[in-house]
Design a protein around this ligand. Structure first.
Ligand code: ADP
Ligand code: MG
Length: 238
């Protein structure tokens, strides 16, 4: 599960057309990166998929179900917010357990899922700490843990590493790629960083002003850019 299909998805704020009309299919298990300059509509597109914004027109399907008007919680997706969205007064354990507690799951099941996620993320020895007692990378892993326990059909990331310093960004890039390999779950990752796009993606979606300029693997975009914008943005030599 984790197949996502957008058909003629349009988003208009007042008189401003942010996304004129996007057609896009994301296959189950793919790591898809939305890349493009600031203000091109990456976050808006992700929020439309998550259900945090309503589409103005068009259709969104997840695993064959029309979710265009479905509430976020009904879509089976998990948005990974930046690490500063953690609850500072709660332990790592409680931060990760939070969505499961809200869903009313029995404590024993919550405990197993939190410990499984902590093991995957190397957080087992940090469960009693508070976010303020963790490094930036560990905090980001807690934010990911909070998504993992929900066992979503896709993870949605919006520039999750933009708060971190360059060295840590490199480490976290690898960790998220490894997590994708381990879980095999669809991931949609928004960034304005070409290096992140080129190193992490199975499929890159290049956006400019709410329009898809090209979709392809990193190698395809690098070797055969459709236009100068893609060539310039991805950094191929022509
Ligand atoms: P990106 O994530 O690529 O930087 P955004 O999706 O945040 O871009 O924004 C795309 C465009 O949509 C921008 O011009 C932004 O000002 C506009 N926009 C985003 N959200 C709103 C909103 N709630 N109301 C009006 N305009 C918005
Ligand atoms: Mg954004």
């Amino acid at each position: 599960m984790g197949h996502i299909k957008l058909t003629k998805v349009n988003k208009t704020f007042g008189a401003t057309i942010v996304i004129p009309g996007i057609d896009l299919t994301i296959e189950n298990g793919e790591f898809v990166v939305f890349v493009g300059p600031s203000g091109c509509g990456k976050s808006t597109l992700l929020r439309l998929i998550a259900g945090l914004e309503d589409t103005s027109s068009g259709k969104i399907e997840i695993d064959g179900n029309d979710v265009t008007r479905a509430a976020p919680a009904k879509r089976g997706l998990a948005m990974v917010f930046q690490s500063y969205a953690l609850y500072p007064h709660m332990s790592v354990y409680k931060n990760i357990a939070f969505p499961l507690k809200m869903a009313g799951l029995p404590v024993e099941i919550i405990d197993r899922k939190v410990k499984d996620a902590a093991r995957i993320l190397n957080l087992t020895t940090y469960l009693d700490r508070r976010p303020g007692q963790l490094s930036g990378g560990q905090r980001q892993r807690v934010a990911i843990g909070r998504a993992i326990v929900r066992e979503p059909s896709a993870f949605l990331f919006d520039e999750p590493l933009s708060n971190l310093d360059a060295a840590l960004r490199g480490t976290m890039r690898l960790e998220i790629s490894e997590l994708h390999q381990q879980l095999g779950t669809t991931m949609i990752y928004v960034t304005h960083d070409q290096v992140e796009a080129m190193t992490m993606a199975d499929k890159i979606v290049v956006l400019q002003a709410g329009v898809i300029e090209q979709v392809g693997s990193p190698m395809e975009l690098y070797n055969r850019p459709d236009n100068l914008f893609v060539a310039g943005f991805i950094g191929s030599p022509r």
